[in-house]
Write a protein that binds this ligand. Sequence first.
Ligand SMILES: *Cc1c(COP(=O)(O)O)cnc(C)c1O
Length: 733
Amino acid sequence: MEAFRSITPNHFSLPRRISQLGEIAYNMWWTWNPDAKRLYMRIDPELWERSEHNPVLFLRNVERARLNSVTNNRYYLEFYDRMVKQFDQYMTRTDTWFSQQHPELNNRLIAYFSMEYGLHQSLPLYAGGLGVLSGDHTKEASDLGLPFVAVGLFYSEGYLTQRITEDGWQEARYSHHDFNNLPVIPLTDSSGKPLMVTVELPGRNLHARIWQINVGRVPLYLMDTYVEQNIPVDRTLTARLYSSDLDLRISQEILLGIGGVRLLHKLGYVPSAWHMNEGHSAFLVLERIREMMTEGHTFEEASEVVRSTSIFTTHTPVPAGNDEFGLWLVDKYFSQMWPQLGLTREQFIDLARNSVSWGDTFSMPVLALRLSQGRNGVSELHGRVARKMWNHIWPELPENEIPITHVTNGIHTGTWLARRLGYLYDRYLGPEWLDHIDEPDIWELVNNIPDEQLWAVRRHLKRKLVYFIRERARKLWMSGGSHPVQVVASGVLLNPYVLTIGFARRFAPYKRANLILHDLNRILKIINRPDMPVQILFAGKSHPDHEGGKQLIQDVYRAVKRFEGGGRLVFLEDYDMGLARLLVQGVDVWMNTPRRPNEASGTSGEKAALNGVLNFSVLDGWWREGYNGSNGWAIGQDIDYDDPERQDENDANSLYDILENEIAPLYYQIRSSDNLPGEWIARMKESIRTLAPQFSTRRMVKEYVDNLYLPALQSTSASKKVQDSGYGNLVVT
Ligand SMILES: *Cc1c(COP(=O)(O)O)cnc(C)c1O
């Protein structure tokens, strides 16, 4: 173990009276406390916009005169003091849920590994839902006071920025992020030299710097290979997420899994539970076994300890999401390792062998499943699908006894809730409601919110979304070089008072973004009814190397461009967490049309529900558990199909019938007594009341603790006290 320092860069030279603005900028806490961002916005609203809501970038560029001026503003200072107090209380709170429930386990540690983290749109560390879930999980671990560290990779370019050509083709752009503008803290040793981890790649060593991001109370450690000790090709190894180059991919996963274990030990952490969030990090089990064997244990002993302290979450039944490597790659990258584990090549491959149509592969989920004792899918139906899919690992067991359970995904309430709606909840659910997010009783009080107040907030949020979209379209037009039809397609003709449906997610074929276009004439007729028009907003990226996904975008874009749509079909470029927040808060209806049972959970609909948006989705993933007949609408039935064409046909017809006969009429049915859509508002309240507690990460992370982490934390053979010099000894100035 090395002594290490993590010192918040202090390059802002802030006036002393408001100096904690620097510390808060370096803690993602501000992203889930919507008042906190006003600490920056109020200093210079225009610069805040230009800084892409990134307080580090903001503080680097703000004019001194502006800072000086708020130090003389009594109202600002009162606000500042209040926020700082709230932050300090949050960071030092000792009566957290975990410390109250499990005081005897407070000196244990949970290590969480994920390939991506979606913490905020300004941090390029995520591609989609998996990353957002990891980010939300980490934030909730902080809220609940779990002894928790998170590990990942630091991508300097992250995932693509999306542009759509006039012909509807996705263009991928990448930009290099300057680490100095991001809330990341470089770790150094006591002499100020960068702290590094090293892993072995064929014929060379790979070195990575270690960075820290503070997520409330939880440290997230990230590795980045852009260092001069590396050969040039290795320097860009961590530039981007999800490359299709398999050498790059296996190298990234070696760094994440093996480098991640070394990183934690280097910093003095001795975790008692190791959570692999998806299979990308599964090499960590090999490194842990190898380490224990150097301490004198046999392979059997070591793998038993590793198994009893590992947790694995699988996130998708879709093959593209389940990493596997050809055996030639395993020979290339691991032939030096199997002797260290005392295994032959065949024994080593058997740890992760998966037989597919073209031969055997080394499967990351199989490796993780075999060497974990806690295993779960992310919804009830997905648990069932996963048990079937991985039955062959336990051929002696019947399908329903396959040891894979489920924890249904949730969302981090503070991150996704609109600020104004939060004020309503403060008033009608009681000021302490945030401490009781997962308790259904609290949410009964939603019924006390006066209809006109709830509706006023909903209208405000939709206007905000439409104004944002129109301003973006204006910028596109003013940038020159775009065709007028692209400006129409990006939403200039939207009306903030028309029933608005949102559909935003990755463009993977199973998500069926084009289901609603199945019968184009029918949908054009529905959206253009003069007495009840409908607008539909599409957004989402395709993997840059996936032609099928890009063609789907093109299909949708061609429909969006048709003049018969009247500008009511819209495609919004570059879906990210910022756009996601505006959409799930601003639309009236959130639609999801996956080809069941491929949507393991889905989470964007949960974000929408929290904000009073009604779900209109296939009974797959979380919605199959959330739908109760009166809190939204179900597309199709709770059944499985063998014939995908018939499934598409039936689902499309169900979609049109419900939209035309139920959703649109309900939205436009105005109560004469107060001019409000009373039935719609009642349904909104039913939706918030029933879905917000259940589909929160508060409920989710508690389930992870009770069902999956506790057995590992309590397994005496493996738990070790966290060394004092590690956890809790971060120097933050
Ligand atoms: C929430 C979120 C997702 C995941 O949404 P799904 O419903 O699972 O498709 C993907 N991308 C972004 C940017 C999100 O915010």
